[in-house]
Design a protein around this ligand. Structure first.
Ligand SMILES: *Cc1c(COP(=O)(O)O)cnc(C)c1O
Length: 398
């Protein structure tokens, strides 16, 4: 077996350098805990950017994976399989939409939403050059089309030419969005809380105002809940906080139960029926292995009350964090178990804090230099939050 140092050296040698991970090599995971090659245990406070809302290797989901692996795993969409229908039925039931189109990764589901909006505008309004309004500091994935509307210079530098047809409004500012609407506007697309931007929570009423704007101009509201969905913010979906519904919902990450990539675009017939056979597809999308896993993952939210737990424990955790006495803290913000702690620039960047938290047994990741993100699996307990909080307090108070 390789040591941590050897494993990292091997990855440096044979892998692209497109990530800069913390220097820890994980070999096992269970619930909220992960273990490194030296046998040291950590709480996983990142949960793979909210892919692990059920925790690592949830026993019910692993059983579904194994049972399905013993039957049939991949069929392609050239044939039907006996798992996809029930999975999508459950997904529609929890989200309140009539139809769902299954993909694999988040970026593919976002691309699907962009294609759906364009085709919708073409069929319903005869528009061939429609525009979609996105928001500053968005994160929707890494394909060429998606980085075409990123406001992060590094995500774009050297990767042009870009896909046209997108405009950027200031996130959280409804006036700046309305100012961009023209006859060509077909949709707006945004995150209800921006995760990668550093857990940015827009002003109360913002999503409702976006909904009203979309109704006024008869354009589609597309919400990317890949990170905020499935209980992360204390509701099943973050749009429920403002009592609204988007026209198109994009989900991924935790839908795969922490074991398999499963994503989807959801809408009612008006939008989904723009797709005809051959218009769009994915070899692996809706495969029976992924469908069986996602189906069980959806059951577990209700069976284990994970959404309500996220709301209660999120409030509790945020309350504890607010008692930390340190001049280094600029702001603590979030909803449910999606919490960001921003460090003032004069106290340096967040990375060294994450390194110290790692030594103390907590795996966290900085986002946008200054913010430490706390997004543990929703199966975390109050006692475990207390344990984690003591470590966080010591590291931040220094
Ligand atoms: C992670 C993420 C994506 C991209 O998902 P991938 O599975 O990495 O392609 C898109 N949107 C949001 C909000 C995300 O957090």
């Amino acid at each position: 077996m390789r040591s941590t140092r050897q494993e990292i050296a091997l990855v440096d040698e044979v892998s692209a350098a497109n990530y800069k991970p913390l220097p820890v090599v994980l070999s096992h995971g269970e619930g909220i805990w992960v273990t490194d090659l030296e046998g040291k245990r950590y709480i996983d406070m990142l949960a793979s950017y909210s892919s692990l809302n059920h925790g690592h290797r949830h026993p019910k989901i692993i059983k579904a994976l194994k049972d399905q692996a013993d039957r049939i795993t991949i069929t392609s969409r050239a044939f039907h399989n006996d798992q996809m229908g029930e999975c999508l039925q459950k997904l529609c039931a929890v989200s309140g939409f009539k139809k769902s189109l299954p993909m694999n990764t988040g970026a593919e589901a976002v691309e699907t939403a962009v294609k759906a909006a364009r085709k919708w505008a073409y069929l319903k309004k005869g528009l061939l050059d429609g525009e979609i309004i996105c928001c500053s500091d968005n994160f929707h994935g890494r394909t060429v089309t998606i980085i075409s509307f990123s406001s992060e210079p590094q995500y774009r530098e050297g990767f042009g030419p870009f896909t046209p047809g997108f405009k950027l409004a200031k996130y959280g500012d409804i006036k700046s969005m309305e100012a961009l609407v023209t006859d060509k506007t077909i949709a707006v697309m945004l995150e209800p809380i921006q995760g990668e931007a550093g857990v940015i929570v827009p002003p109360a009423g913002y999503l409702k105002a976006v909904r009203e704007l979309c109704d006024k101009y008869k354009i589609l509201m597309i919400l990317d809940e890949i990170q905020t969905g499935f209980g992360r913010t204390g509701k099943m979906f973050a749009f429920e906080h403002e009592g609204i519904r988007p026209d198109v919902l994009v989900v991924g990450k935790a839908l795969g139960g922490g074991v398999y990539p499963v994503s989807a675009m959801l809408s009612d017939e008006d939008v989904m029926d723009v797709f005809r056979p051959g218009d769009h597809g994915s070899t692996f999308g809706g495969n029976p292995l992924g469908a069986a896993v996602a189906s069980r993952a959806l059951d577990v939210f209700a069976e284990e009350n994970l959404v309500e737990k996220s709301r209660e424990l999120g409030e509790y955790f945020m309350g504890l964090l607010r008692t930390i006495k340190s001049p280094a803290i600029k702001e603590i913000r979030g909803k449910g178990l999606m919490i960001g702690l921003e460090i003032k620039p004069e106290y340096g960047v967040a990375r060294p804090y994450c390194e110290k938290l790692m030594e103390a047994g907590l795996l966290c990741k900085e986002t946008h230099a200054q913010t430490i993100r706390f997004t543990p699996p929703l199966v975390i307990t109050k006692d475990e939050i207390d344990w984690a909080f003591e470590k966080i307090r010591k590291v931040i108070e220094g």
